[in-house]
Design a protein around this ligand. Structure first.
Ligand code: DAH
Length: 398
């Protein structure tokens, strides 16, 4: 497009019919045709362009016929007729080109509007016209290969464990990661000065000294508060697992992470015994680690269960023998057993916090660390690998 504004082209009367004069007239017309074609593309007005040049009534081609051919002296008729035919061919060619371009721009504009890419067809410029002219897509080229994502090994392990319990009829409950002291400690029968309540172990939300202790907020240190929330919400019989993220004031190293995951379990009914607990966890461990795995219940202590136990499984690396490859097994420190989770019968004091009748109901609870299970299952030697986001590590679980 010319930067100068030209006045619109009109077909001039021919004063002379010499070759030079005819050439000049034709050149002027072709120039105008080119300029107007460009302008028509910019304004997306193919119809206006076609009408101006080809309309039977008052179209420029008709004018050329009227003004040039009909007024030509007999001697010049042949020459003029030849040029008029040339002009017609050029005009038809240009009109077709403008129609095609405007169609393409409309498609491009729609595409841009739909995808948010490109200039949206509203503002058309030489750059865009050039792009349309030069950019071609070869649809036969192979597509861009996009790698498939995969479940993170921790989430995968968590889902597998949840599935084992769902198959036993357990449902899934979740609770908040920001908890109150009441749910995280008090209702779980932790005494006021229990060391877990110390800032050494627990991450408290700052500036809450003015609140009474039970209302103070903290990052839950275990999934056990979901037991309380569930029992407040539901009446027995109940069987739930509660997967989720927990936080502790620990410095990260190969076996510690300030954030990790747990799965809590709780079953409450009228006649639940320690046998049920043993049978359930023995089954779950066999499902997770293979049917040859044995379990062992070792006396322990948790404020919210009585009696309490730590569950150990026979070492999956040495088959419980305590030695392998001609030496002591590193994984179980030659004991043949690996400690995996805590459990016990729900302490009657806990029922007091949720208005259950401790004389009528009984139940068991358990809690396990998901990373710990994943480490054993996949033979990972550093818990930090789960959190570093190194694709080379994560890809192995895809
Ligand atoms: N909440 C305990 C912890 O984080 C684990 C635990 C032990 C949960 C015994 C239980 C249980 O439900 O009965 O160390």
């Amino acid at each position: 497009m010319s930067p100068k504004k030209k006045s619109a082209y009109t077909v001039p009367k021919l004063k002379a019919f010499s070759t030079t004069a005819l050439d000049k007239a034709v050149l002027d017309l072709i120039d105008a045709l080119g300029d107007e074609a460009q302008a028509a593309k910019m304004s997306l007005d193919a119809k206006g362009f076609r009408d101006r040049w080809m309309a039977r009534k008052n179209g420029i081609l008709t004018e050329v016929n009227e003004v040039w051919l009909k007024t030509a002296p007999a001697s010049a008729k042949r020459e003029v007729g030849k040029r008029v035919n040339e002009i017609r061919a050029k005009v038809e060619e240009r009109v077709e080109e403008v129609v095609k371009t405007v169609e393409a721009l409309a498609i491009y504009g729609q595409y841009a509007a739909n995808t948010g890419k490109g200039s949206g067809g509203a503002v058309l410029d030489d750059v865009l016209l050039h792009k349309l002219d030069t950019e071609r897509i070869d649809v036969t080229l192979p597509g861009t290969r996009r790698l498939l994502g995969a479940e993170h090994p921790v989430i995968k392990t968590m889902n597998e464990m949840v599935r084992v319990f769902r198959n036993l009829g357990y449902s899934v409950e979740e609770g908040p990661e920001i908890e109150t002291d009441y749910y995280n400690f008090e209702a779980l029968n932790f005494p006021p000065n229990h060391p877990a309540r110390d800032t050494q172990d627990t991450l408290f939300i700052a500036n809450q000294e003015s609140k009474p202790l039970p209302e103070r907020l903290l990052l839950r240190t275990h999934t056990s508060p979901v037991q309380i929330r569930t029992m407040k919400k539901m009446k027995p019989p109940l069987r739930v697992v509660c997967p989720g993220k927990v936080h502790r004031n620990d410095a990260p190293d190969a076996t510690h992470s300030p954030i990790f995951h747990q799965i809590e379990g709780l079953a409450v009914d009228t006649d639940i015994t320690f046998c049920d607990l043993k049978g359930t966890l023995d089954h779950a461990m066999k499902e997770m680690f293979g049917s040859s795995v044995k379990t062992r219940f070792y006396p322990s202590f948790f404020p919210f269960t009585e009696p309490s136990a730590d569950v150990q499984i026979s070492c999956i690396f040495c088959g419980g023998r305590g030695y392998r490859d001609g030496g002591p097994c590193r994984n179980c420190k030659a004991s043949g057993w690996i400690e995996l989770l805590g459990c016990g019968m729900v302490d009657p004091n806990v029922y007091g916090f949720v208005d259950y009748d401790a004389k009528k109901v009984s139940g068991f609870a358990f809690g396990m660390g998901v990373e710990r299970i994943a480490i054993l299952k996949y033979g990972v030697d550093d818990i930090q690998l789960f959190f570093n986001g190194d694709v080379r590590f994560l890809q192995q679980f895809a």
